[in-house]
Write a protein that binds this ligand. Structure first.
Ligand SMILES: [Zn+2]
Length: 471
């Protein structure tokens, strides 16, 4: 009976406008045990109504948001094992990094200011060929995971080698990931042929099926590095295993021109013509796409990862993000690998996205702060096809939450929450992070990763990498 009352009060709480909560009903119901109770602070829900709850509270049980509303009512209805006081802070959905290559943090700053082709062929591919093994990706993943947690990122989408080892590290760190094993036409560290890589993804996807944090995926590198036959086989595997497919698409003008010359179609149109695209596809970059191709994305339900800093740094071009948003494409924000960024900082990336598209469109009204924040949260979750479980703070969703300080000098004074989140707040303002109901950082202390050991391991790779390039 108590349970029923509690359920009823939750229904009332979530269906009643925040200002007019049904206090009498809440007062009648008895407090229920919850695992974690966050109290105080401003909750930026990113729910469909974009509700903001002042002096709010969130009750978390079994990894899920159970109850959310004003502090007074939630506190009255919950008896918590653990209370986190967020007074004066802002509580947001954990950020979603829709595209990265996490172990590449070990190549951070190895070479900058080069064309994509020179950068890849003279530095990245040789450095990868000589250094990447399972140990390398584990060390890199731990470094990247620590950096992401520190910046309030709770979900990321990856594409690399030995992705199963990355999945194990991600799971240990308690982070949510859509993790894609790279499939590419030339021999790489873990698999020597696309057929071997596809067999790897088959085992990898089956192994992680049903995991609460890890979604295993195939990641064909790009249309210019994977054959039509292999792309078709990967789509068939995705249908069979109901698993996502991560791919780079139309990153550079050269890629677009080459695909057009080879197949008579631009990249997205070509991928669609071979039946590759689906509502499980996650397409990174998509800089050189036509309006018709944006319609294809929209119609197929493809998720897109926009990587403004990487595209700027490699001078790849500017993705038509406002046009994609106008067509309601599921487009999120990604950092890309740290070798081309050079960090995994989603706060900088949001800020850059908002400003870049104003500049390019010659219109300061383009991509306002709230929309940029939406891309880093709920729309990013849609891009990864995970919006049913994460990306916003709502009862029933997994508890993926960041608590952010809002009293820094650079945040003073405070007028508008979205403005502050996108244009003023830094990754170092993130204080506490909860993923799937587990506290992974508390008052800036990492609880699932050893920061000192991570730095020692990463620095040990520095010399190895320099030596391997013969410099
Ligand atoms: Zn990439």
């Amino acid at each position: 009976m108590d349970k029923l009352k509690y359920f009823f009060s939750i229904l009332l709480l979530i269906s009643t406008p925040i200002s007019g909560l049904a206090v009498t009903v809440a007062e009648k119901s008895r407090a229920v045990d919850v695992d974690i109770l966050i109290v105080g602070g401003t909750i930026v829900t990113m729910n469909a109504k974009r509700e903001i709850i002042e002096n709010g509270a969130i009750a978390i049980t079994n990894g899920k948001i159970d109850l959310m509303g004003t502090r007074r009512i939630v506190e009255r209805n919950s008896r918590a094992k653990r209370v986190i006081n967020a007074t004066g802070k802002v509580i947001i959905p954990g950020l979603i990094n829709t595209h990265t290559h996490i172990p590449m943090v070990l190549f951070r700053g190895i070479s900058d200011d080069l064309d994509l082709n020179d950068w890849l062929t003279k530095f990245i591919f040789p450095a990868e060929a000589k250094n990447v093994n399972e140990q390398f990706v584990r060390v890199g993943a731990r470094l990247g995971l620590a950096e992401m947690i520190r910046g309030g990122t709770t979900t990321y989408c990856d594409m690399y080698y030995f992705e199963d080892a990355i999945a194990e590290e991600t799971k240990k760190a308690g982070v949510r990931g859509v993790l894609g094993e790279t499939i590419i036409q030339f021999p790489v560290s873990d698999n020597k042929t696309p057929a071997e890589a596809i067999a790897y993804t088959e085992r990898f996807i089956k192994k992680w099926k049903g995991d609460p944090l890890i979604v295993a995926a195939a990641a064909p590198h790009a249309p210019y590095t994977v054959s039509t036959a292999d792309l078709k086989a990967i789509r068939a595997q995705s249908d069979r295993l109901d698993s996502p497919v991560v791919i780079h698409v139309a990153e550079t003008k050269k890629e677009r021109d080459d695909i057009l010359a080879q197949y008579g179609k631009t990249p997205v149109a070509y991928l669609d013509s071979i039946g590759f695209l689906s509502n499980r596809t996650i397409a990174a970059h998509s800089v050189w796409v036509t309006p018709d191709e944006i319609d294809i994305y929209r119609n197929r339900g493809v998720g897109v990862a926009h990587n403004p800093q990487s595209n700027m740094k490699l001078a790849s071009g500017v993705a038509p993000v406002p046009a994609m948003l106008a067509r309601d494409v599921a487009i999120g924000i990604g950092t890309d690998g740290a070798a081309s960024n050079n960090d995994l900082n989603m706060w900088e990336e949001m800020d850059t996205a908002a400003k870049l598209h104003k500049l390019i469109s010659n219109d300061p009204k383009t991509l306002p702060a709230e929309q940029a924040f939406e891309m880093a949260t709920i729309r990013g979750a849609k891009a990864l096809h995970l919006d049913k479980i994460t990306g916003s703070l709502e009862p029933g969703k997994r508890a993926d939450i960041a608590i952010v300080d809002f009293d820094g000098l650079h945040q003073t004074p405070f007028y508008n929450v979205y403005s502050h989140l996108v244009y003023a707040t830094k990754a170092s303002d993130v204080r506490t992070v909860i993923i799937n109901g587990r506290i992974v950082m508390l008052d800036r202390r990492l609880l699932t990763l050893n920061e000192r050991a991570i730095k020692i391991d990463a620095n040990a790779y520095r010399k190895k990498i320099i030596d391997s390039l013969g410099k």
